[in-house]
Design a protein around this ligand. Structure first.
Ligand SMILES: *Cc1c(COP(=O)(O)O)cnc(C)c1O
Length: 370
């Protein structure tokens, strides 16, 4: 069969290890998963009661226009209902954008290391990929701008960036938006938006009014705690939404996801509480790094990328055997770092204690070598 040539070089997404498989393999009773930036506090109670009283009729297709969810998000963000597109997670919107704008002969500009799905989808569409290395863990917007030419169709800006947790300050973003040609779509992926506390962070929804070639992506998977239900959305000028809509499959957000997302949005107290706990959790990691002389990127997200000065896979394996699933930096472009999701205070203490043991073991090994 004549498969797209570019597909032959791709491997499917490697998800983090599942709790059940690790339990079995290492004969552990308790596993803490800090690998996929899920919310350690689950989701709002409102979600559970909304789902309980939801009578979906399994035989009936979900509302393909997401009418109630659309109303809720539009009124929450104070945008028009026609300025929203919904996806089966924001991953799905990344796919829709790629499908709509990328093809052989076109190119796309992104930072590296950044979120893997931009590149993955661009490869499938056969577009040329222009990856611009991060500068001190941050997007190098000047070099990204310089990489744009008349065949550039999409530029990806992940802020805060996965896997570094760093963000683009407003003073750097707006001059970039000013310069990028108006026929290039700029995707601002804000999967961690709700965790951001930096003062010089921009109002991205406001920016979509000023820059009609900007789309902002957000998700219910992270702070809202609905990763399993798969709901994400994009906010942009209505002409962009209209152009993207035909590339969206008709029933891409299931009815449970729609009901849950509305309930989650209604509980901003839960969101604020998680944000506060996360910020406290980050300081546990920073204190640890400072005590052990490890470098890390200051994070505006619910994860930290820590340079453990050792082989990331070894660190990963050590923590795994102690019952902590984290993300090895080796597949993320940081071969001596671990990306660890901020958990509850107790989970953070636990994973850091185990990491401390790993560091001690490494030091002992080094000493005996000398
Ligand atoms: C988690 C994540 C997403 C995808 O989230 P969905 O679950 O598909 O909504 C998108 N972008 C970044 C940077 C992420 O970390």
């Amino acid at each position: 069969m004549r498969w797209k040539e570019q597909l032959l070089t791709l491997t499917p997404y490697q998800p983090g290890k599942s709790i059940e498989s690790v339990k079995k393999q290492y004969n552990l009773e308790q596993i803490v998963k800090l690998a996929s930036n899920e919310n350690p506090f689950g989701c709002s109670k409102n979600v559970l009661s909304a789902l309980q009283s939801h009578q979906p009729g399994f035989a009936i297709y979900p509302d393909g226009y997401m009418t109630s969810l659309r109303e809720a998000v539009a009124s929450f963000l104070k945008v028009g209902q026609d300025e929203l597109i919904f996806g089966n997670g924001s991953d799905n919107i990344i796919q829709i954008i790629s499908r709509a704008l990328l093809h052989p002969g076109a190119n796309t500009v992104m930072a590296t290391p950044s979120f893997s799905q931009y590149k993955h989808n661009a490869i499938i569409e056969g577009a040329e990929i222009r990856e611009i290395p991060l500068l001190d863990g941050q997007h190098d917007l000047e070099k990204m701008y310089a990489a744009i030419d008349e065949n550039t169709n999409v530029v990806w800006v992940c802020s805060p960036n996965n896997p570094t947790g760093t963000y683009v300050p407003e003073s750097k973003l707006t001059p970039f938006l000013d310069k990028v040609p108006s026929d290039v779509l700029i995707v601002l992926d804000e999967a961690y938006y709700e965790y951001v506390f930096a003062d010089d962070y921009y109002d991205s929804i406001e920016l979509t009014r000023k820059y009609p070639n900007l789309i902002v992506l957000r998700t219910f998977s992270k702070i809202y705690g609905l990763a399993s239900l798969r709901v994400g959305y994009g906010v942009a000028n209505r002409s962009i939404i209209q152009a993207l809509e035909p590339a969206r499959e008709p029933f891409n957000v299931n009815s449970f996801g729609q009901v849950a997302a509305i309930a989650a949005l209604s509980d901003q107290e839960f969101v604020q509480d998680c944000k506060k706990k996360n910020r406290q959790g980050l300081t546990q990691f920073y204190d640890f790094c400072e005590r052990h002389n490890l470098s890390y990127y200051p994070s505006q997200t619910n994860f930290v990328l820590i340079d453990i000065n050792a082989d990331a896979n070894q660190g990963f394996q050590f923590l795994l055997e102690k019952g902590y699933i984290v993300r090895s930096g080796s597949a993320l472009g940081f071969p001596s770092s671990l990306r660890i999701t901020v958990g509850s205070a107790e989970q953070n203490d636990g994973v850091l204690k185990a990491l401390g043991e790993f560091l001690t073991q490494q030091n002992t090994a080094k000493l005996s070598e000398n």
